[in-house]
Write a protein that binds this ligand. Structure first.
Ligand code: PEP
Ligand code: MN
Length: 366
């Protein structure tokens, strides 16, 4: 595990943040009144940062693309009215300069921008020597290196109050989410960069209101440091992302409903250690069994080689899949898990058999 980023924990960002840090506010700034009314509604709902989009990256042209910099002073005023710092998305050098001039407290980089290293570098260059917190959303595509690359570009420009924001990944396939969470990516990011604060944005993951609370809870259970959730005084009539925004009241309910569990338990440490030792023992056992299984696969490979039989025997594989799913389901394992696990085992087995075939001394050719 090697950490390459030089970053500060959230408690050192200078805003008296406590985990989980809640960022909320409208998808887009629409008017001075909309910002003020939404902010006042959020004042006692436990938020730490007020957000609003000023420049909106829309997938297709012709829609509402944001009011631009004229809305910045309104957002600042709304933030001051409730005593909260403000956060704005930046995508170009000009956006950065406009935000710095207007006294924006935190910048974030949107998913479409993170996907483009030229844009990210342009923003990093504009921030050279500026000490402002920056939160980098994941790129639209599930590419951890691209996400890390954007974080590194900010860090190299001297940004140490740096965070990552998981907002899910777009896919052609239709799912119940607007953007598939693919939790394994932020979990791997956490493993690679344990000191980096990670936020989750349930609004852009869900694209609707139904699943917001459960996605927010899942982020808490995966030990995320904060949440960004869109809220609006009148969500149904929002000019962008209407389906996923909630009223300040609902936002308050979602936050109040979160169960925050300890990430570094003290009282239960002994009990937990005991359970972990049992898991370690079982994992070792699993690996021994797998290794034994592969030894048999190698012998099967030798037999197939000597008898000129193809490695893949579809009927046998089909039989295994059905049999293991049937048995696994009875043991409370999900079908998707059993299938994925045996596919991985099968691939490893094929790799071993291929090696045996290729190392054949006496290949008989027919
Ligand atoms: C947003 O936060 O309103 C936004 C545009 O998000 P994303 O970059 O995640 O699509
Ligand atoms: Mn939005």
């Amino acid at each position: 595990m090697s950490s390459k980023l030089n970053v500060k924990p959230l408690i050192e960002w200078g805003f008296s943040f406590e985990k989980p840090v809640i960022v909320s506010g409208p998808c887009s700034a629409e008017s001075e009144e909309q910002l003020m009314e939404t902010a006042l509604g959020l004042a006692d709902k436990g938020i730490d940062v007020l957000r609003a989009g000023i420049w909106k990256p829309r997938t297709r042209p012709g829609g509402f693309e944001g009011l631009g910099k004229l809305a910045l002073p309104w957002l600042k005023k709304a933030g001051q009215a409730i005593g909260k710092p403000i956060a704005v998305e930046v995508a170009t050098r000009e956006h950065v300069f406009d935000c710095l001039k207007a006294g924006v407290d935190i910048l974030w980089i949107g998913a479409r921008t993170t996907a483009n290293p030229f844009s990210v570098q342009e923003i990093a260059d504009a921030l050279e020597g500026v000490d402002i917190p920056v939160i980098v959303k994941n790129p639209v595509n599930p590419d951890l290196q691209l996400w890390l690359g954007a974080l590194e570009r900010m860090n190299r420009a001297g940004i140490t109050r740096l965070g990552a924001l998981h907002r899910g990944f777009s896919s052609y396939e239709k799912t119940k989410y607007r953007n598939k969470p693919m939790w394994e990516l932020p979990v791997e990011l956490r493993r690679l960069e344990p000191g980096l604060p990670i936020f989750c944005d349930p609004s852009h993951i869900c694209g609707g209101r139904d699943l917001l609370a459960s996605v927010a809870q899942k982020a808490m259970d995966l030990d995320f440091d904060g949440l960004m959730l869109e809220s609006h005084r009148d969500p149904d009539n929002a000019w962008s992302d209407a389906a996923q925004q909630v009223t300040p009241e609902r936002l308050g309910e979602i936050i109040a409903g979160l169960i925050i569990r300890q990430s570094k338990p003290e009282i239960t440490a002994n009990q937990l250690d005991d359970l972990r030792h049992r898991i370690d023992r079982l994992d070792n056992y699993v690996m021994e069994i797998l290794s034994e299984r592969m030894d048999i696969a190698k012998q099967i490979g030798e037999f197939k080689r000597d008898n000129n039989i193809t490695i893949l025997q579809t009927n046998r594989w089909d039989e295994i899949v059905h049999d293991r799913i049937e048995k696994g389901l009875k043991k409370d394992l999900t079908e998707a898990f059993i299938k994925e696990m045996f596919e991985a085992i099968h691939q490893e087995s094929i790799r071993h058999q291929t090696k045996v075939m290729n190392n054949a001394v006496n290949v008989s050719t027919k």
